[in-house]
Design a protein around this ligand. Structure first.
Ligand code: MGD
Ligand code: MGD
Ligand code: SF4
Ligand code: MO
Length: 829
């Protein structure tokens, strides 16, 4: 596979996709630190009519969490704009932002709580939902949970959640599990999302979270499997910062994108490398090899040979005694066991990228400061994801970008006040010492025979319940997750959810809701009062508030209040705790008390001013590494030098307080990893190369990426989204499956033909788009299409759902579900 010559095709491509306009516009829009925020933001903001009320809210369609101004006139929401004085939106939105109006007025929304009357469950069974009162609904749940607890089986209640937002919703769940007594309250969807990046970074730098990035000041971005201009967080702000770093900034930030097809990001980059799926680690190792052999590493951060003479020569071992490391650990050992043989020619054979392109990329990246290497699901959603991630993240240490200007940070949390009550004062005997404490989790997270190091394993819950291993659940509640549809091979979940009592809290019909025994519908985001601390952004702390724009249209209830109301109906001290909490507004008022002692930069000091502004934030990020010295902010500048102990406590949180090329956390679990995976216990703690495993039984890789209009699994019932989902290859009301011309021809497939895609898990159909921008060994089919129980527009598309062909395979260490690694057969339908 050759490098894509983007310099020739870029202009035409961008015109076709409309990116030229966006990029040109963002060049004059607000970019943090460029002084452009105010003027451009004011110009963007609509003028409200006298009878129009503007409320602050946070868009809910992707994790960017953009601040929005919601315009309501005569009780009807009619417009949504980006909030002008909000650090992420700066007065702008992505194309999805204004579509929130469609979500609020979706005619398929549930009207109120309901119970199922048809005991038979299945795709073709009508649930026979009938309306009930909130009291009946909440009493039913509480009676079930009280009975289960009294029978000593509280572990058989599981609460599964996805895009939980704040302390007033998903944040309440952990306490519920602790007081009730279930290890399965709550299980998040992070293993189906992007734990592969979180955990691979944690192994090296000790931080368990996504990074915050200083894009505005970097001079080089090397992206591995990242949809920077369609998905990577925070998408809206990424587009703004792109206009700055690729337009006004001097020097212009160079970008190399590594992907398997030409998406918007790759087309807009300086260099696009189409890589064989699952081999990003090999590319990163070769780049590290070049950085070392050519002496390009950042000596102020990594250290140097004691006599200053570089002894990193391909194929030759080096004595560790000759090298003095500074903020890293294990560099020379890593070189000896792995890197010395990871030459550019070796990587070319594995990745399918020509050696001269790898060398040029490595030299550019290694000799530009500041530079950053970023990666997400494309790189780590494979069986070898832990190593792909570790190899890529190691590049950030090699060029010294950890906590540097133009480098990577970690997100600070908000200054919240204390909760209205302390749960530790409400623990009865069962909560403190019950037999549930010895029960494994249903997903086998944390167990030696399961997934010892994973954060969550939601993709295993359905299959494990079905097999009764380690036990059968009795009751399951779902908040903002729909795994029958979003988990790989969801057909297994369709079987699994037949014999368990299901409670769904979505405002909308969904596949999981189709199996529900009770529906307890949430308000939509424009109707609820809810906090939402920022996803990692620029490191400084920030938390936001959703203020209802209208009275709830239907008989719905905010999920946080549903939890509290169930809690109040629980027997014993647990019920007392929830009576002490009161309701979510009381919780939010208590949290906002923290702002009194730590006022936000925008003057937010309490609950009322938080509601008015919609966001509390406090700049700057308080840590910075400069030429190998770490400093803390003194109120005016970064002058307070940090001790090694402070760096370890706050920034490099590993056992050694260093960035560990030799990971002590992997080493501590070496016996377990070696036994489960057959890996070499002497090497498995380093970023090493490992061949990915591609299940499925076919000959083409199936990749199902995010596109700009994609709102996780939640944008499917918006006619605008369904009609325009794929800007790069067209699409009018159905998804196109990208297939390379040579691959299509060999199978007799023409542009626009229907194709059958099959694997060992299942078979779906889609329409083919013959597209030279996709690798010949790969097909690309975005998700979001193929819903069968989630509203009228989503049902009306012919394209089926890629998840039904996706094999449930996980990285054993990170638990990351390997969405982009299945191999499928493709034939003309
Ligand atoms: N518009 C939009 N943005 C979103 C979301 C959304 O639904 N819509 N969801 C949010 C969520 S939940 C998440 S987890 C993030 C995900 O953010 P990303 O991980 O950035 O997005 P993906 O599209 O999952 O994957 C990124 C790219 O990896 C490529 N890829 C696949 N296999 C490989 C490979 O082996 N190697 C390489 N180099 N590339 C490969 C895909 O073609 C795709 O372009 O996005 C968030 N942002
Ligand atoms: N084939 C394939 N599968 C994928 C992916 C992929 O790229 N390809 N991406 C994966 C990724 S990265 C992720 S993060 C997961 C996401 O998958 P999930 O965790 O399932 O999350 P969503 O699809 O975002 O949300 C689903 C549920 O939330 C409900 N919902 C919508 N709005 C609200 C609301 O305001 N309140 C409440 N209470 N409920 C609401 C919806 O009706 C739906 O039932 O999917 C994963 N699955
Ligand atoms: S980037 Fe995400 S949060 Fe921001 S407007 Fe778009 S969909 Fe909403
Ligand atoms: Mo995700």
């Amino acid at each position: 596979m050759d490098e894509i010559n983007t310099s020739v095709s870029r202009r035409r491509f961008l015109q076709a996709t409309g990116v030229t306009g966006a990029a040109a516009a963002t060049a004059v829009m607000g970019v943090p630190g460029t002084g452009l925020e105010a003027t451009s933001a004011e110009a963007q903001t609509a003028r409200a009519q006298p009878n129009t009320v503007v409320t602050k809210n946070i868009c809910h369609q992707c994790p960017a969490r953009c601040g929005i101004d919601v315009y309501t006139t005569d009780g009807r929401v009619h417009a949504i704009y980006g909030t002008a004085d909000h650090p992420i939106s700066n007065g702008k939105l992505c194309p999805k932002g204004p579509l929130g109006v469609y979500i609020l007025y979706d005619p398929d929304r549930w009207r109120g709580p309901m119970k199922r009357t048809n005991p038979a469950k299945g795709r073709n069974e009508d649930p026979g939902f009938v309306p009930i009162s909130w009291d009946e609904a909440l009493d039913t749940v509480a009676a079930r949970l009280n009975a289960l607890r009294e029978a000593g089986e509280s572990h058989r209640f599981a609460l599964l959640y996805g895009r939980g937002w704040g302390a007033s919703c998903a944040g309440l769940q952990g306490t519920f599990g602790k007081l009730y007594g279930s290890p399965n309250v709550a299980i998040g969807h992070s293993s189906m999302c992007s734990d592969g990046s979180i955990i691979s970074k944690k192994m090296l730098d000790g931080n368990a979270g996504y990074n915050a990035y200083d894009y505005a000041h970097t001079n080089y971005i090397l992206m591995f499997g990242v949809g920077f201009l369609e998905a990577f967080r925070p998408y809206n702000n990424n587009m703004q910062v792109w206009g700055h770093i690729r337009g006004r900034k001097s020097p212009k930030t160079r970008v190399t994108a590594v992907d398997v097809h030409v998406n918007t990001t790759l087309a807009a980059s300086d260099r696009g490398l189409l890589i064989r799926p699952g081999t990003d680690g090999a590319l990163a190792l070769a780049i590290a090899h070049v950085i070392l052999t050519e002496g390009l590493w950042e000596k102020s951060f990594v250290g140097d040979f004691r006599d200053g003479r570089n002894r990193f020569v391909a194929g030759q071992s080096v004595s560790p005694a000759l090298f003095e490391e500074k903020w890293t650990q294990g560099l020379v050992e890593w070189w000896n066991v792995e890197l010395k043989d990871r030459t550019v020619d070796w990587a070319a054979g594995i990745t399918d990228i020509p050696a001269d392109r790898i060398l040029a990329t490595a030299r550019e990246f290694g000799s530009t400061r500041p530079a950053m290497a970023i990666y997400e699901r494309g790189a780590h959603a494979h069986s070898n994801g832990i190593y792909n991630g570790m190899a890529i993240h190691s590049l950030n240490a090699l060029v010294g970008s950890m906590y540097a200007v133009g480098g990577l940070m970690n997100q600070m949390g908000p200054s919240y006040g204390a909760m209205p009550a302390d749960e530790n004062e409400y623990m009865d005997d069962w909560a403190q010492n019950g037999a549930w404490k010895d029960m494994p989790r249903i997903d086998r997270k944390g167990s030696a025979d399961g997934y010892l190091m994973a954060n969550n394993m939601m993709q295993e819950v359905g299959p494990n319940h079905l097999a009764g291993n380690p036990y059968k659940l009795d009751t399951m509640m779902f908040y903002l997750t729909n795994p029958i549809w979003t988990a790989p091979n969801g057909q297994v979940w369709e079987e699994a959810l037949k014999d368990v009592f299901i409670i769904d809290t979505s405002p909308f019909p969904s596949e999981t809701g189709h199996y529900a025994d009770l529906i307890l519908p949430d308000h939509t985001y424009l109707e609820r009062l809810q906090d939402a601390p920022t996803y990692p952004f620029q490191g400084f702390p920030m938390t936001q508030l959703r203020v209802p724009a209208v009275e709830p249209l239907h008989d719905t209830k905010y999920y946080g209040d549903v939890l509290i109301e169930i809690g109040k109906r629980m027997n014993g001290p647990m019920g007392e705790y929830y009576r002490a909490l009161g309701d979510t507004e009381n919780v939010l008022r208590h949290l906002a008390e923290g702002f009194r002692a730590d006022p936000g930069d925008n003057g937010v000091t309490d609950f009322e001013s938080w509601k008015e502004k919609g966001v509390w934030y406090k700049k700057p990020y308080i840590y910075r590494q400069v030429n190998g010295t770490f400093y803390r902010w003194d109120g005016r500048d970064y002058t307070i030098e940090m001790t090694e102990e402070e760096v370890q406590a706050n920034l490099l949180k590993t056992p050694s307080g260093r960035f560990e090329f030799r990971s002590s956390q992997m080493e501590a679990n070496a016996a377990w990893i070696a036994e489960r995976t057959g890996r070499d216990p002497a090497r498995l703690m380093f970023p090493i190369w490992e061949e990915p495993q591609h299940p499925g039984g076919g000959d083409l890789f199936l990749v199902t990426p995010k596109v700009a209009l994609h709102a996780e699994g939640r944008g499917h019932n918006i006619p605008m989204v369904i009609a325009h989902l794929q800007p790069t290859v067209g699409g009018r009301g159905e998804a196109f499956c990208e297939i390379n011309p040579a691959t299509a021809e060999a199978r007799g497939i023409g542009d626009g033909d229907m194709v059958r895609i099959s694997s060992d898990a299942g078979e779906v159909t889609a329409r083919a788009r013959v597209y030279a921008g996709v690798r010949p060994d790969t097909i690309v089919l975005p998700m979001e299409y193929g819903h069968w129980a989630a509203g009228r527009w989503s049902k009306a598309v012919p394209t089926q759902h890629s998840g039904e062909c996706t094999i449930n395979q996980s990285d054993r260490v990170t638990g990351q579900c390997n969405y982009y690694t299945t191999k499928v057969n493709v034939t003309k339908a």
